[in-house]
Design a protein around this ligand. Structure first.
Ligand SMILES: [Zn+2]
Length: 409
């Protein structure tokens, strides 16, 4: 038994619904942060609040024996919502107009609060320390990097050995099914803006101008050729031009054409190469036509790559806790991006998914995450909390065993 009597755990479903009703966007989530702090109050946890953002970091110190250095495991939940007007009919629907927990981060937050309570209650089984990472800004502009800058990974006083996160999905698999894969899981996501700089004039006399529009079109088509000719099909690259802007009227040639694109890659070397070859092609095509070019690069999240050993540990924990029938191997990575990748670049980790598709809804046709109609069945929250608790306990125990000279688990 813990020497300190910790506060009783809140009802996790109630907590999720409370969070769902007050969704907030970005790096500053004052109401969400207050709810989380309140739900952790009374626990013997070292709590730090973010300075540049409304993050919450908690450290649970275990009291089970372990050789030094005592293991450190990080568990992460994102807390932010999306600029979506909720169309779900539920009593706990968003009370913030135009903002919705459409990616289920409210379930993640409630689950991590649950794990905090369970870990405190089972402190005497915990052969190490657990860092609880409650992060804002996952949907942008990124909360993990400022949290790392503010000392997240040193919160326990020793390096982090392993990091884990769970994400819910509103479709695709039946309720309660866990899924994931080793290695590449999600893409790196970068943005490039290419501005073709010409010299406008009358639409009837293009030879007296430097028309940026056909040059921009040539660049857009060349990008798709680059994807197939410069990269292996087994190391995928996605280049999507989501926006082109040029001109004001059909008979006026404008000075500039602006091409905005997203670039998704799965390997760090490929990421650099993709950005470099796109820039080279844009510069070369503009130069060939005698036009100028300006290129802006906005670096996004790196690729999310599951450490094979941590992934295997997470999968084994899930199979053991919930049964093999609850686990599905995910055949391919997703080209979405995830802020947890910032932590997982620095610390080996595993990121796993669980379906929260409501019972009675066909997963094949259920609205996806980010839809105004996305529904998440919060009956999975206690399972998520149990998984987070168990993986922290088990990983610390395995590391302590290894460090005492035992055979690696
Ligand atoms: Zn999400």
């Amino acid at each position: 038994m813990s020497a300190v009597a910790d506060a009783p755990a809140p009802d996790l479903i109630d907590l999720r619904r409370t969070l769902h009703a007050i969704p907030e966007i970005g790096l500053h989530l004052p109401r969400t942060q207050a709810v989380v702090l309140d739900a952790l109050a009374g626990l013997d946890i070292e709590i730090t609040r973010g300075r540049a953002l409304s993050s919450v970091v908690g450290v649970v110190r275990g009291s089970a024996p372990s050789p030094d250095p005592r293991p450190v495991v990080l568990l992460r939940a994102d807390m932010d919502a999306l600029p979506v007007h909720e169309e779900v009919a539920a009593p706990w629907i968003s009370t913030h107009d135009g903002v919705m927990h459409a990616c289920g981060h409210d379930l993640h937050t409630a689950a991590l609060v649950g794990a905090a309570h369970q870990l405190c209650a089972r402190r005497d089984e915990l052969a190490g320390d657990v860092i609880l990472m409650f992060q804002p800004g996952e949907e942008g502009p990124g909360g993990a990097a400022p949290m790392v800058e503010e000392g997240l990974l040193e919160a326990a006083g020793r390096p982090v050995d392993a990091a884990y996160a769970v994400h819910v999905f509103s479709a695709e698999h039946p309720l309660g099914v866990w899924f994931g894969r080793p290695g590449s899981l999600m893409a790196a996501s970068d943005e490039l803006t290419v501005t073709v700089v010409g010299d406008g004039g009358h639409g009837a006399a293009p030879h007296r101008t430097l028309d940026p529009v056909p040059v921009a079109c040539e660049i857009v088509l060349a990008l798709q050729t680059l994807v197939t000719r410069k990269f292996s099909i087994f190391d995928p690259v996605v280049v999507t031009v989501g926006r082109i802007t040029a001109g004001t009227k059909n008979n006026i040639i404008g000075d500039r054409a602006v091409i905005d694109m997203t670039v998704r890659t799965f390997a760090p070397a490929t990421r650099e190469k993709a950005l470099a070859v796109i820039e080279r092609a844009a510069r070369g095509i503009c130069a060939a036509h005698g036009l100028g070019v300006e290129i802006e690069r906005h670096t996004g999240y790196p690729a999310t790559i599951n450490d094979p050993d941590e992934q295997a540990f997470a999968e084994a924990t899930i199979r053991d806790l919930f049964g093999a029938q609850r686990w599905v191997d995910q055949p391919f990575p997703e080209a979405g991006a995830e802020d947890m990748s910032v932590v997982m670049e620095l610390v080996p980790g595993a990121y796993v998914n669980i379906s929260a598709c409501p019972l009675g809804v066909d997963p094949a046709t259920a609205p996806d995450n980010h839809s105004p109609r996305a529904e998440f069945d919060d009956s999975v929250v206690p399972d998520m909390a149990l998984f987070l608790t168990e993986i922290a306990l088990r990983r610390c125990a395995a590391l302590a065993h290894e460090r005492s000279g035992g055979v690696p688990a």
